[in-house]
Write a protein that binds this ligand. Structure first.
Ligand SMILES: [Zn+2]
Ligand SMILES: [Zn+2]
Length: 260
């Protein structure tokens, strides 16, 4: 059994990843326009028509904006918790096919097992995922203000992890375009993880099994891919964890497909 993961986009403007095993094809978040999602799937020889489902972390538009057209028209099941469902229904007029889970519960989609866990972020009931396939486990940990003990425990079994590295704290503080209140929100315990915070999470979860670490949700104004990558790589390097491939994601260009 094999699994293939493609980060189609990650960043403040849109988040969407595609995971497929021999029998299951999933999107994790749908935060691009439906047209963009279709184009990026076509770029890897796939189409939205045969998706098994879409997992949603939370209702912010950079995670759900493609649902209106994509999920409603094609009747693709949306997997989310109840509060996220209600928030999605407020944003869209469309009729969706929801499959609800309780935060903290695990459920199966075909041969894939999905663990869900709560993350601290300013949404109704935001979650992270650990998706278990027979080829390996993929963790999704973006949009969180800080990493709780629970979060660290739940993604520790990852072979591949998508981890938020949103901003460089100094670049954010020096940014003249963002009002103070926005900066406070981003920096708060329910905002977004900085590069340094991501490095600390990486240090805590790294194991011999962790192979690939994607840095996600990079701010386009208050971060740079090479900076985020250096901060996290150096901190793993200091621990001797040089076996982990650290890769920054982009909102504009999909990452190369990773085979597990
Ligand atoms: Zn987001
Ligand atoms: Zn968010």
């Amino acid at each position: 059994m094999s699994a293939r993961l493609t980060i189609l986009a990650s960043g403040s403007s849109g988040n969407c990843a595609y995971l497929e095993t021999d029998s299951t094809r999933l999107l994790i978040d749908a935060g691009l326009s439906a047209r963009q999602i279709r184009q990026r799937l076509l770029g890897i020889g796939r189409t939205p028509e045969n998706l098994s489902g879409i997992l949603i972390t939370h209702e912010h538009s950079d995670h759900v904006q493609g649902l209106g057209v994509l999920a409603a028209r094609l009747q693709i099941p949306i997997f989310c918790n109840r509060l996220t469902k209600e928030a999605i229904e407020l944003q869209f007029k469309s009729r969706f096919e929801f499959r609800l889970f309780s935060t903290g519960a695990s459920f199966e989609i075909d041969e894939v097992l999905v663990d869900t866990f709560s993350v601290p972020h300013d949404a109704y009931d935001p979650v992270g995922f650990l998706i278990r396939t027979s080829a390996g486990n993929i963790g999704f940990l973006t949009d969180l203000g800080h990493a709780t003990k629970l979060v660290i425990e739940r993604v520790r079994a990852s072979h591949v992890l998508v981890l938020e590295a949103n901003h460089d704290v100094k670049m954010l503080q020096d940014d003249t375009r963002r009002p103070w209140s926005t900066k406070q929100r981003i920096l708060s315990r329910h905002g977004h993880l900085s590069n340094d915070a991501a490095a600390q999470v990486a240090e805590q979860i790294v194991s011999a099994e962790l192979r690939h670490l994607y840095l996600g949700h990079l701010s386009s104004d208050c971060n740079r891919p090479e900076l985020a990558q250096r901060v996290v790589s150096e901190s793993l390097g200091r621990m001797g964890a040089t076996h982990v491939c650290v890769e920054a994601t982009s909102p504009d260009v999909p990452c190369e497909t990773l085979r597990l």
